[in-house]
Design a protein around this ligand. Structure first.
Ligand code: PLP
Length: 493
């Protein structure tokens, strides 16, 4: 970085035919931010430099294109547009109508869905909107039909009956410690207040889901919603079979494909592994494998459409027009052939990474992966907690996150596992050869990291020591690797 105004510096020093829009847009944006807050401007640049200098193995993150980022960072944020396209509670929504319509139509095309709702601000919001829409369709509507169909005219007693019925519905979902998400009924999450939650679990010996067992449990529980989907499960789920189970017990099948939406969009997860044809409702984030802006999306069968469109007033306030615009850009990008190649490569890379770890003797949960992520048991392999592994790797130039493993004895804070994912490094253009180098770097750091022994002789679960030369060498290797796959090469800072 040079000079006070980097944009002017850049414009002055760069020949006209070499100027690039990415750098100009980034620097112009930065100058405006710095006019108000130099420290925020500095954090943005530092974040770019951080992401450029560390290997990103966080399974839930990616690098959105500059077009996605550009669509997000503009005046669209100023507009209120409660309601849905062409039915708004605010004036002047003509442009937002077009944006939301385009995003929803592209989502339908991309996933082959009957209906798409692009307003949820995040994956967690999408799940609450979906829960409420299912409750409205399956619990409230029949009651309203009985009581007279205008909710505003109900007596307090009638309304309370509906409230009680809402609170007594059952949700069956994957347990957090088996790889489910917080919003799937974790006790501290609102989903556990909304529903009587019955979790299902992976099997202790295989760490896999047993759908026959799940079916048996569903017959006993008789849930209103059978929820499939995960944050930390590395194997295929057969959604055709899941739908059969849901139908057999009269449940609504909801799938949260936040992690693997990109793999569905790219056609890599197809047939029984594509949830869209089978699930009544599918929720997702748009920023993980799908590589869009931070946000949420709901796809559903037409029978749920009118209930889904009521995300506002049910739960959401005004939509985020700038984010909906960026979703439209991301969906269009995901419709390309390049994106198909990208999602195939994500899986090839994850499988190559898992194989490379196993080759080195590391314990990979379930013995591999079918998707973009893998879980390494660092307690069994290296005698470390996930927390120690995460911190040691970060010091060696690798960013990833610790994760509880099924039946983890180290608890959710320290954990025994590391979750690794390939969406971001595949975006950079890395392939299976690079996975060998990455596995070697990670293994080398973990192998040379030891828990600190406390005064009483016990092993610390947080403190650790890595052989200093190994940390230094790793950083050099990460630097050399990333130099071949630059992040946002368009941006020169
Ligand atoms: N659902 C699943 C399966 C997730 O993994 C996540 C995030 O990690 C979410 C929902 C929540 O998404 P967000 O962080 O956008 O609220």
């Amino acid at each position: 970085m040079t000079g006070k105004n980097q944009l002017l510096d850049y414009l002055q020093k760069t020949p006209q035919d070499q100027l690039n829009a990415g750098t100009i847009a980034f620097l112009a944006n930065l100058e405006k931010v710095k006019e108000v807050s130099p420290s925020i401007g500095e954090s943005i640049v530092k974040e770019l430099l951080d992401q450029r200098s560390h290997l990103k193995l966080i399974a839930s993150e990616n690098f959105a294109s500059l077009s996605v980022q550009g669509a997000m960072g503009n005046l669209l944020t100023d507009k209120y547009a409660e309601g849905y396209p062409y039915n708004r509670f605010y004036a002047g929504c003509e442009n937002v109508d077009k944006i939301e319509d385009e995003a929803a139509n592209l989502a339908k095309e991309l996933f082959g869905a009957e209906h798409a709702y692009v307003q949820p601000h995040s994956g967690a919001d999408a799940n609450v909107v979906a829960f409420l829409a299912i409750l409205a369709a399956k619990v409230q509507k029949p009651m309203l039909d009985d009581m007279g169909d205008d909710i505003n005219k109900l007596t307090r007693e009638q309304f309370n009956k509906i409230r009680q019925a809402y609170g007594n519905q059952r949700l069956m979902a994957l347990d957090l410690y088996s790889g489910g998400h917080l919003t799937h009924g974790y006790r501290l999450n609102v989903s556990a207040i909304m529903f009587d939650v019955h979790s299902y679990h992976v099997e202790k010996d295989t760490m896999l889901l047993d759908l026959d067992k799940l079916h048996k449990q569903a017959k006993e529980v008789k849930p209103l919603i059978l929820l499939a989907g995960y944050s930390a499960y590395s194997r295929h789920i057969n959604f055709a079979k899941m739908r059969e189970i849901a139908d057999d017990v009269g449940a609504v099948l909801m799938v949260d494909m936040a992690h693997f939406a990109g793999l569905v969009a790219g056609g890599t997860f197809k047939g029984d592994y594509n949830p869209v044809p089978f699930a009544h409702v599918v929720t997702t984030t748009t920023h993980k494998t799908l590589r869009g802006p931070r946000g949420g999306l709901i796809l559903c069968k037409n029978e749920f459409k009118e209930f889904m469109e009521k995300g506002c007033p049910q739960f959401l306030g005004g939509p985020l027009p700038h984010v909906m615009a960026a979703k439209a850009i991301a969906f269009r990008e995901a419709l390309s052939d390049d994106f198909k190649t990208y999602t195939n490569n994500i899986i090839k890379n994850a499988q190559a990474l898992a194989a490379a770890f196993m080759e080195k003797g590391a314990k990979v949960v379930t013995g591999g992966t079918d998707n973009h992520l893998l879980l390494v048991d660092v307690a069994a392999t290296y005698g470390l907690t996930g927390r120690q592994g995460e911190s040691a790797l970060r010091a060696g130039g690798v960013t990833l996150n610790r994760n509880s493993l099924p039946f983890d004895t180290n608890g959710p804070w320290y954990t025994s596992g590391l979750r690794m994912g390939t969406p971001a490094i595949t975006t950079l253009g890395m392939g299976t050869t690079e996975m060998l180098e990455i596995a070697d770097i990670v293994h080398n750091i973990l192998k040379n990291t030891k828990p600190t022994t406390t005064a009483s002789g016990a092993k610390s679960r947080a403190k650790f020591e890595t052989t200093p030369a190994v940390a230094t060498e790793s950083k050099e290797r990460v630097k050399a690797l990333l130099a071949k796959f630059p992040l946002y090469p368009e941006i020169e800072v």
